[in-house]
Design a protein around this ligand. Structure first.
Ligand code: CO8
Length: 258
């Protein structure tokens, strides 16, 4: 599929998906969501990490497209929210890690797509916020759920009720992002993080992601039992044999994703 609003680039086993709608600071309209949906539904097997970023110097994603939402009635609003949330859920459920490379504004739906990623790395000019109540709506792409999970209910309520923006250093302090880098060093750090993941056993990384995601809403007994099942499943992989064999023979492991 030819994309109008996405630029796709592969660097080794890392796929970089750049959201590109410069006129609206990469705001998400229905077509962009459909393109993201298509992209994440068609990740080739050799890709081990997906990086999501925004085009330009200034903005990651400035939210959902307000001009498109302005005329919605209740049913259309519900459907748009449902669709966006389902696309973000696909990102969260990808079997490979997804890194958000946040190069500027991450507001509303922009903060929400970043929160659906596994790891968030921000440039020092990044600005985060859930300003929806200023527009008469609430975070509708799963923001009330994921923000509260990530930074705690108290801070999520503060950010969502006030609609205030926060800078990258505060986002780091409250645990919304993993790291903050000078703008021109951010992508190198993202790629270094991605390459560290790529060097590891793909099945083990995938099992770890599933265990963390799936035990999120479980109680301790269920969560630990789930982890134990994935742990056991690792021993049915060739990569476990290779990884341990390589360690014992003091050589670098050559993982086959098997
Ligand atoms: N939607 C549409 N257009 C946008 C958006 C947006 N979210 N953000 C920026 N733009 C457009 C501006 O309208 C402007 O267009 P034009 O040049 O034609 O006037 C262009 O991008 C550049 O923007 P500014 O001139 O405003 O640039 P500034 O540097 O002055 O300001 C800001 C940058 C602070 C990012 C500012 O543009 C802004 O506040 N944008 C809106 C941010 C926002 O409120 N985001 C949340 C949107 S709501 C949302 O995401 C809900 C998600 C859940 C949806 C559920 C569905 C029901």
């Amino acid at each position: 599929m030819e994309y109008t609003f996405l630029k796709i680039a592969d660097e080794g086993a890392v796929r970089i998906m750049t959201i590109s709608a410069p006129k609206s600071l990469n705001a998400l309209n229905r077509t962009i969501l459909e393109e993201i949906d298509h992209c994440v539904s068609n990740i080739p097997e050799n890709v081990r990490v997906l990086v999501i970023t925004g085009d330009g110097e200034k903005s990651f994603v400035a939210g959902a497209d307000i001009s498109q939402m302005a005329g919605f009635n209740e049913e259309e609003g519900t459907r748009f929210g449902e669709y966006g949330a389902s696309v973000f859920r696909k990102i969260e459920d990808l079997p490979i890690p997804v890194i958000a490379a946040i190069n500027g504004f991450a507001l509303g739906g922009g903060c929400e797509i970043a929160m659906a990623c596994d790891i968030r790395i921000a440039a020092d000019n990044a600005v985060f916020g859930q300003p929806e109540v200023k527009l008469g709506i609430i975070p509708g792409f799963s923001g009330t759920y994921r923000l509260a999970k990530l930074v705690g209910q108290g801070m999520a309520k503060d950010l969502i009720y006030t609609g205030r923006n926060i800078k990258a250093d505060e986002a780091l302090r409250i645990g919304l992002v993993n790291a903050v880098l000078p703008h021109d060093e951010m992508m190198a750090y993202v790629m270094k993080t991605a390459s560290m993941i790529v060097a590891n056993a793909p099945r083990a990384v995938a099992f770890a992601k599933r265990a963390i995601n799936e035990n999120y809403d479980m109680d301790r007994a269920e969560g630990l039992a789930l982890e134990n099942r994935y742990f056991g499943a690792c021993f049915a992989t060739e990569d476990q044999k290779e990884g341990m064999n390589a360690f014992l023979n003091k050589r670098k492991a050559e993982f086959q994703n098997k």
